[in-house]
Design a protein around this ligand. Structure first.
Ligand code: CMC
Length: 434
């Protein structure tokens, strides 16, 4: 029996088949095609060397390890939808909490459902006082992603019932807690790095406005966030909320597949996001733009990228071989933010860099376009965030996606503990000399 009650076990009907002829012995095999895929299990029935045939796919370039009803991406057309809704509509018409609800429940909330959901999240924003002590133990220059990752993992020790992942009620409570506490932990990490006292959540404020309060409040009795900035950050959270089976989400699912609690799974996801090829790219983009320094140095920089000395950060994507739709929305958000903060001079470098790259044969032939991280850092910097905080902001936005995918994996009767195979390339059997 499965540890969590599976939603349903489905066997997809085959829509065709693939005939594979094994030229080693002339035998033919028929592999059913369902949902646009053959299964590795069918392929494995064909004899390999020691065991059945395996498909070797480093980086999972063409391997679907899950089926999912959450996010749809068409990378060639530059389409992104959550639960069927285009990202452009969600960014324009919804709040981050509505989108979080949508990802987790499959439908947008009614007014009543949204009020209940927002109330639940708001009432879990506080963290146990010992968490403050825990965070206090970090060095003054600790990277906030390291602090976030460790503190999220530490939360599992505060909520032992989080292990009861098969019971819907405690499972859902941890989901609410994680979404509610991520901004609190993120803000505490920031305040720690600045040597500032922690600011407790203000439950009169909406989700993102409260986050700004915990970051920036000083001596005023009531912090009043700028509504344009609060809205802009809310939109950025929406754009980051899910992106199907990316590196960090797959990590969350893999950890979840061993039936560990969601804090442990999400902490692992934060670790995966930290890397410069994934969420850490937004930090690297800012450092790159600062390093370029002026528009006249772009051609020389691009030439070095083409020589293979380094990558153009914020460009390229495993799935998008067209403009990342999120980057397009972010450019619009930037204009709104700059009406409040003033224009970030790095924007001129970014726009010129994009123009040069998109007209260059190397980038065109490799289908490299700006991704979500290319412009987000410029906005974050204009809003006053230090570069180390950029990936933390990504993590806050991605949390509902991680949790929706974690729960979907848990309830999917097809899923098993993740355990890839390998192709052994080491020595054959040998013995220690007498
Ligand atoms: N600059 C220069 N060349 C690149 C870049 C880049 N940013 N990205 C890919 N290439 C080249 C790469 O050198 C390779 O060339 P060739 O075939 O001639 O050897 C080709 O394009 C394919 O690259 P790949 O590494 O096989 O592609 P991938 O799908 O494994 O990698 C990626 C995707 C996002 C890791 C990669 O494009 C990259 O490193 N980009 C820069 C980092 C970045 O911006 N990451 C954020 C991704 S979006 C948000 C997120 O996921 O968090």
């Amino acid at each position: 029996m499965s540890i969590a009650e599976p939603v349903k076990k489905e066997t997809a009907a085959a829509t065709g088949s693939l005939t594979v002829k094994d030229n080693r012995d002339g035998k033919s095999y028929e592999l059913p095609i369902a949902r646009g895929a053959i299964t590795a299990a069918d392929l494995h029935k064909i004899p390999g060397e020691d065991i059945g045939l395996l498909n070797y796919d480093p980086g999972f370039m063409a391997t679907a390890a899950v089926k999912s009803a959450i996010t749809y991406i068409d990378g060639d057309k530059g389409i992104l939808r959550y639960r069927g809704y285009p990202i452009e509509e969600l960014a324009e018409k919804c709040s981050f909490l509505e989108v979080a609800y949508l990802l987790l429940n499959g439908e947008l909330p009614s007014d009543q459902q949204l009020a209940t959901w927002a109330d639940e999240v708001t009432h879990h924003t506080f963290v146990h006082e010992n968490i403050k002590e825990f965070m206090h133990g970090f060095r003054h220059d600790a990277h906030p992603m390291g602090m976030l990752m460790s503190t999220v993992a530490a939360l599992s020790t505060f909520y032992p019932e989080a292990k009861r992942i098969a019971d819907e009620k405690p499972r859902r409570t941890q989901i609410v807690r994680l979404i509610a506490k991520m901004p609190t932990i993120a803000a505490f990490a920031y305040r720690h790095s600045r040597g500032l006292p922690y600011v407790y959540p203000d439950n009169d404020l909406a989700y993102t406005a409260n986050f700004l309060n915990m970051l920036w409040k000083t001596t005023e009795l009531k912090y009043e966030p700028d509504p344009i900035l609060a809205h802009a950050l809310d939109v950025l959270f929406i754009l980051h909320a899910d992106h199907e089976q990316n590196c960090s989400t797959s990590t969350v699912r893999v950890v979840g597949s061993s039936r560990s609690d969601p804090y442990s799974a999400v902490a692992a996801g934060v670790g995966a996001l930290y890397g410069p090829l994934h969420g850490g790219a937004n930090e690297q983009v800012l450092r790159m733009l600062e390093d370029i320094g002026s528009v006249d140095r772009i051609p020389e920089y691009v030439a070095r990228v083409k020589k293979g000395e380094f990558r153009l950060m914020g460009f390229g994507h495993r799935v998008y071989k067209n403009y990342d739709p999120r980057a397009r929305i972010i450019k619009k958000v930037a204009d709104q933010v700059f009406t409040v903060t003033g224009r970030n001079p790095l924007l001129d470098i970014a726009i010129e860099l994009e123009k040069i790259a998109l007209n260059d044969d190397y980038f065109v032939s490799h289908k490299l376009y700006p991704n979500v991280d290319f412009y987000s850092g410029i906005i974050y910097q204009a809003m006053g965030f230090p570069v180390e905080m950029f990936t933390v902001l990504f993590a806050i936005g991605r949390t509902p996606g991680w949790l929706a995918q974690w729960e979907e994996g848990l309830l999917d009767a097809d899923q098993k503990i993740a355990r890839p195979r390998q192709i052994y390339t080491g020595k054959g059997e040998r013995h220690i000399a007498e």
